[in-house]
Design a binder for this molecule. Structure first.
Ligand code: HAX
Length: 463
């Protein structure tokens, strides 16, 4: 069993527990989380003490030169990725999470805030826990005036990802952790508490930040079309604030989308960047702003915007009665021009991304998408043909679709057509994994990250 698996398993193996909510859910969540800390701190010390001298395998020069692929160098509590079976959240598959995590009142997809709770504690929240947690997120969901002014003064031509990174950075004005640290009022043993509070504040305000960016960039600014409702869940409030679709399916799509994109273990750029910056005790807002800036890279989250453009331009360049050969020809033209096929490939996965499959399943269950949306049909066909072309091309380690291959086309279906906004929606979701981990980083007292770099000359000498 790997080091990380040993670390995670005791929590994952626990029977799923249900906690009764108290007055305030994030207070309840904080209390539940506090109960888990001693056991996990003890486990951390045990692993450190008993396994500290053990080897997790050698570091190859190819890893040092190749983006640290496969290098085991980080603890991540909530999820772990397997190249073939895909992501597991505390040992649970996406489908199992969909079965056990609470959805909205009246039924629907699992709620992303339930995923937050589950990732943080390893326990399944009760419906009541989640209703009050959603209510607290709503309560804390408004923007301070200075942030409204700041966003209103950014040029609408500024990429929406830059806008969200700026806004999240500026939100550090609200950071309780930063204030208490500066005043010398906290010690290592309780760093996690204000970190927890900041993470909830940040999560609560991300939907309105994103909606404000959408409003300013695409609608000329002014009042948002909707208001935050205390009885609405996190995704529903996001949907209301955006005001792009009244279709109930859109809200449910958002719930699934936000829950699925939240965490993908620790090594991906947005998660690792948040963790790295947080390791210097930067507050959660600054840390997550760094994560968002990594998410804005075209090989990572920005692919969300690239995929739809690519699909639309494929559609445009083919005859209306296109056949599979036309798709192949288009894919080859992309590859031959030296570009990557966006939405395909993965640094770790070696099979179709289960998040892609979950989104496709969602769409297949809705005839308005699966039977009547031509762009979606093209995405589906492409997901069958592109792996063959990429395999023939011969470079890609994983020719299968990743999560971004499906997300954009579904947003497009619901009328969210501004592709540059897609990664912002990803950024609203991605807070879930990195922030829950940041709380654990502080609870476990993880040290500042400082891996070793080598010059090429010293690589040759050492190796
Ligand atoms: N199209 C064309 N070529 C591809 C490819 C694709 N979709 N995926 C990988 N390759 C190429 C790489 O560019 C690389 O070529 P060079 O040797 O010339 O540099 C070669 O195949 C080997 O790469 P790899 O080992 O398969 O993949 P990496 O681990 O280096 O990179 C990436 C993983 C996801 C960055 C890569 O597959 C890619 O660029 N995919 C397209 C962009 C994309 O979909 N990104 C989103 C990934 C999921 C995510 O993070 N979402 O947020």
């Amino acid at each position: 069993m790997s080091f990380i698996a040993r670390f995670i398993t005791p929590l994952a193996r626990k029977p799923t527990l249900h906690f009764k909510s108290v007055r305030h859910s994030s207070t309840a969540l904080k209390e539940v989380f506090e109960t888990v800390i001693p056991e996990q701190r003890a486990l951390f010390q045990k692993v450190k003490r008993e396994y500290g001298d053990k080897s997790l395998g050698e570091t190859k020069v190819s890893q040092l030169l190749g983006g640290m692929r496969g290098l085991k160098c980080m603890v991540w509590k909530g999820s772990q990725l397997d190249a073939y079976t895909g992501i597991r959240f505390h040992g649970k598959t996406i489908q199992q999470c969909q079965e056990i995590l609470p959805g909205p009142v009246g039924g629907g997809e699992m709620l992303p805030e339930a995923m937050f709770w589950f990732l943080l504690t390893g326990m399944v929240p009760s419906e009541e826990n989640i209703r009050t947690f959603s209510a607290e997120l709503a309560e804390k969901g408004d923007l301070p005036d200075y942030l409204v002014t700041l966003l209103d003064n950014l040029p609408p031509t500024l990429h929406p990802m830059t806008q969200i990174a700026i806004a999240v950075s500026a939100l550090n004005h609200e950071s309780v952790f930063a204030k208490l640290y500066e005043q010398g009022k906290i010690t290592k043993a309780n760093y996690w508490e204000p970190t927890f509070d900041d993470c909830i504040t940040l999560m609560a305000k991300l939907p309105i930040i994103a909606a404000k960016i959408y409003q300013n960039t695409y609608r000329g600014g002014g009042q948002l079309p909707g208001k935050i409702a205390r009885d609405a869940d996190w995704a529903m409030n996001f949907s209301n604030l955006l005001g792009v679709s009244k279709d109930a399916d859109f809200v449910d799509f958002l719930r699934l989308y936000l829950a699925l994109h939240g965490d993908h273990e620790g090594g991906n750029v947005s998660a690792h960047a948040t963790h790295l910056v947080g390791s210097a005790l930067a507050d959660p807002m600054l840390s997550y702003s760094a994560g968002l800036q990594g998410l804005a890279g075209p090989l990572h989250g920005l692919t969300a915007q690239e995929v739809l453009r690519f699909i639309l331009s494929m559609k445009e360049s083919m005859p209306s009665d296109y056949n599979p050969d036309d798709i192949k020809t288009y894919l080859w033209s992309v590859l031959n021009s030296g570009h990557v096929v966006p939405g395909y490939g993965h640094a770790v996965l070696r099979k179709p991304d289960p998040r892609f499959e979950a989104l496709i399943k969602y769409a297949r269950e809705r005839p308005a998408i699966s039977e009547h949306d031509d762009t979606f049909k093209l995405v589906l066909q492409c997901s069958e043909i592109a792996p063959l072309v990429l395999t023939e091309h011969g470079k890609t380690s994983n020719p299968f679709p990743n999560v971004d291959a499906a997300s954009g086309v579904l947003m497009h279906h619901f009328g969210l057509t501004q592709t540059m906004f897609y990664t912002v929606a990803f950024g609203v979701s991605r807070c879930i994994g990195p922030l829950t981990q940041l709380i654990w980083d502080r609870a476990l007292g993880l040290p500042i990250e400082r891996p070793k770099s080598l010059t090429l000359e010293s690589v040759m000498e050492t190796a």
